[in-house]
Design a protein around this ligand. Sequence first.
Ligand code: ZN
Length: 453
Amino acid sequence: MTHFPSLRRISRRVDVTRVDRESKDTKLRRLPPAGAPIRERPVTTRTLLLTIALLAAGLALAAPASAAAATPDPARALHEGLLTIDTHLDTPANFAKPGWDILDRHQIADESRVDYPRMVEGGLDGGFFAIYTPQGPRTPAGDAAARDAALLRAVEIREMVARHGDKFELALKADDAAAIVARGKRVVFMSIENSYPLEGDLTLMATFQKLGVRLIGPVHFKDNDLADSSTDAPEWHGLSPRGRQFVAEANRLGMVLDASHASDDVLDQMIALSHTPIILSHSGCKAVFDHPRNIDDKRLKALADSGGVIQINAMSAYLIPTPKNPAREAAMAALMAKMNPPGGLSAAQQQALRVEYRQIQKTYPEPRATLEDYMAQLLHALKVAGVDHVGIGADMDGGGGVVGLEDVAAYPVITKRLLAAGYTRDDLVKIWGGNVLRVLRQAEAYKASLTPP
Ligand SMILES: [Zn+2]
């Protein structure tokens, strides 16, 4: 809808930085270690022959590598040059776990799909790190407990960034993203998934905004005091009266509204009420797989017409049918009940739960969606909504990850598939972050318009 000429400049700047960084690393690898002695040796026939033989062997070994270096994967190279943002990373749930460090490489078998090494490997520049709060009792005590948990999670995200300030940086506005990448760091936007923590006191939204939150969704799996969930019975038939105030307050504070998990009525009402476009940070298309978490084509078009963006989710349950398995559900519920005891879990307790989780997976295996299912969703959304209204929000660490797209390290395959489907570099700039940053800029501009200088 709105054209942002600065996007091209941003991505070119990113390209240059990356090339500089890579060539610097390559040069460093070629140099001898500092202080290494350079010795002269008498050259005998024997050493000469040996040298020739070694050189020949070395050349023979080096040949395929040189050939490979001469023809790098163009899709991969293009991917590295993009500013890539995933709008739903549930990784902050790990930040306070004893001994867990985002700089370590973790295991998919432990349901970990995002960490620094794999962000680098997958060319993922950053994303919206979620403050997720499960819906609990809608009572003053429940609201207060949710508020405290969410405030602590926000602090934990900031602590992670502070601890690893050479590798991560908090982004507070859309333009920060490219600047942070240019400084060689990963981008940390903050988001709220489920506004249960502020359903009892909307003035808290300003507190979360000050902490850095820029994307906010009203509801999760269950209805709350703000809105109906897509996976619960209608209670308000959309937004509650307080939910309407919630929309106005998000607009006033320059935050982007997120309709993922909200019911279709909430989506319709948020599009109608919000002064700036909304996004669905991790959702899909009903036309490809009919699930309450996905939206129909009519709404997809309405979202696009209003300037909004859908970010496609990689969660199996929203991509392919999952047969009911009460025994598995009981085992998972028992496991989940042990996940958050007061006082947290020791490293040994965490390990025991990991073993239990793997055992459940083995005993009750579920059908898993594949990259093909993910691409079917992504390509459908692109066809219906257009390239200015689709992006990536794969729900990694929140249940996302499919065969062929198991973790963020695999993200270049999305670029490869989109190029193969005929999308251009300019399209990929939009899909991988340009669209969602444009919506954030619109939210910022609306906020600025309310307070003239
Ligand atoms: Zn979610």
